[in-house]
Design a protein around this ligand. Structure first.
Ligand code: NDP
Length: 387
């Protein structure tokens, strides 16, 4: 099987690398990264990749030097990323963080490759187009987000029309018990302390604010086509159950596993078979008990915003994700507070409602790109007012 990994140097990328390193039936076509060129070069050598690409032009000399004499091709820049996604492959991991992951995924689908989709922003931003592209080219998208992989697995052999509801779980993050007053002063370092999962910086902070869960609610609608009213989120601090699917006879099918992304990645890699994976087995007696609680919309407004976005449809997902990325950048830079992130996203959506075509149906990548840019500009302007 020919594979490519986009975002190979990140958290999902490293877990994918780990699984690929254990296989001897894989041919690695392209590996891509951002600024961590030393690691990208190591991975490319270890997997005997044909091509290594950094997203940044200024990183080209360092990557070229690190791969000198290896026979591995080197390229840099966003166009090179897209060209790498056009190289024939059978399976592509989409694990770039943020909206930058969108274009390579489209190219992989256009060549009929299976797209293992960790980049949830792709579905939130361009869900209808992505699903249409896959259908047009007979390509398959396999979810890698643990909740969506869990739903996907719970649906095997089932009639999706008999599904009553889907429940995705949220750990609640490091601030689950914090008051609003404390949340207002929450720092970057505190937001980075996820209780269960070891992930990249951006998704870790999004988990603390529940923006990650908000993206996942939208992702669930876009991928499976459920009505927003059928999709729920519940806080489950142990992160053992990843999602549950409820059927019209009242049965709830839960997917359980340790918090290790190699399960969902490995499932997408081996699909439609199941194969051995190097993940810990759950010791239920040792875990003892599992608990659940309703998310608090007052302290974590992101879920309410996600519902509004799902109702608005059109380009609202694009604007939501773009505004969220700007808000996150501003929080990481210390310009706005933790709770300001949700306020900024809400204000951006509100300000776009009147004049921007926010709710026009999504028909082309160009209109998505335009909305993405408009929302970022609007969010940056509003962020300046909040600083
Ligand atoms: P990381 O931040 O750990 O890694 C991101 C990867 O993308 C790195 O390879 C990085 O390169 C590269 N990258 C960053 N910016 C750009 C850019 N502008 N253009 C091209 N490449 C870029 O992220 P995660 O692995 O945590 O997450 C990746 C995606 O998977 C996200 O969409 C996230 O929401 C999703 N996801 C992650 C989970 C997790 O457990 N981590 C779980 C479920 C979904 P470099 O580091 O070299 O600069």
């Amino acid at each position: 099987m020919r594979v490519s990994v986009f975002g190979a140097t990140g958290s999902i990328g490293e877990s994918t690398f780990d699984l690929l390193s254990r296989r001897n039936d894989i041919r690695t076509v392209a590996l891509t990264g951002g600024r961590n060129v030393a690691r990208l070069a190591e991975q490319a050598k270890a997997l005997h990749a044909e091509l290594a690409v950094t997203a940044y032009d200024d990183c080209y000399p360092a990557l070229k030097a690190a791969l000198a004499g290896s026979g591995i091709e080197v390229a840099a820049g966003t166009e090179a990323l897209v060209a790498a996604a056009e190289r024939p492959c059978d399976w592509m991991m989409s694990a770039i963080v943020g909206a930058a992951g969108l274009a390579p995924g489209f190219r992989a689908l256009a060549q009929g490759a299976t797209l293992a989709l960790a980049n949830k922003e792709s579905l939130v931003t361009a869900g209808p187009l992505l699903m249409r592209e896959a259908a047009q080219h007979g390509a398959r998208i396999l979810p890698v987000d643990s909740e969506h992989s869990a739903v996907f697995q719970a649906l095997v052999g089932e009639d999706i029309a008999q599904v009553e509801r889907v429940i995705i779980t949220a750990s609640g993050g490091p601030f689950r018990d914090w008051s609003r007053e404390r949340l207002e002063k929450a720092t970057l370092a505190q937001a980075m302390k996820h209780p269960n999962w070891d992930m990249g910086q951006r998704i870790t902070i999004d988990s603390a604010s529940l923006f990650n869960k908000a993206l996942e609610l939208i992702e669930t609608r876009e991928y499976f086509g459920f009505d927003p009213a059928q999709i729920e989120a519940v806080v489950h601090p142990q992160s053992i159950i990843h999602a549950l699917v409820g059927f019209r006879d009242g049965a709830l099918m839960a997917h359980l596993g340790p918090p290790d992304m190699r399960h969902a990645i490995g499932y997408a890699l081996n699909w439609p078979r199941r194969d051995d994976l190097p993940v810990a087995r759950l010791d239920l007696a040792r875990i003892g008990s599992l608990s659940f609680e309703a998310p608090d919309p007052d302290r974590f407004p992101a879920l309410r915003l996600a519902r509004e976005v799902m109702e608005l449809r059109g380009h609202a997902g694009t604007a939501f994700n773009a505004a969220k990325e700007v808000a996150l950048d501003a929080f990481i830079a210390g310009q706005i507070g933790f709770l300001d992130m949700a306020a900024l996203v809400e204000r951006t959506i509100d300000s776009l409602l009147s004049d921007s075509g926010l709710t026009d149906p999504v028909t082309a990548l160009e209109t998505i790109a335009a909305m993405d840019q408009m929302a970022r500009e609007r969010a940056r302007a509003l962020a300046m007012e909040m600083v």
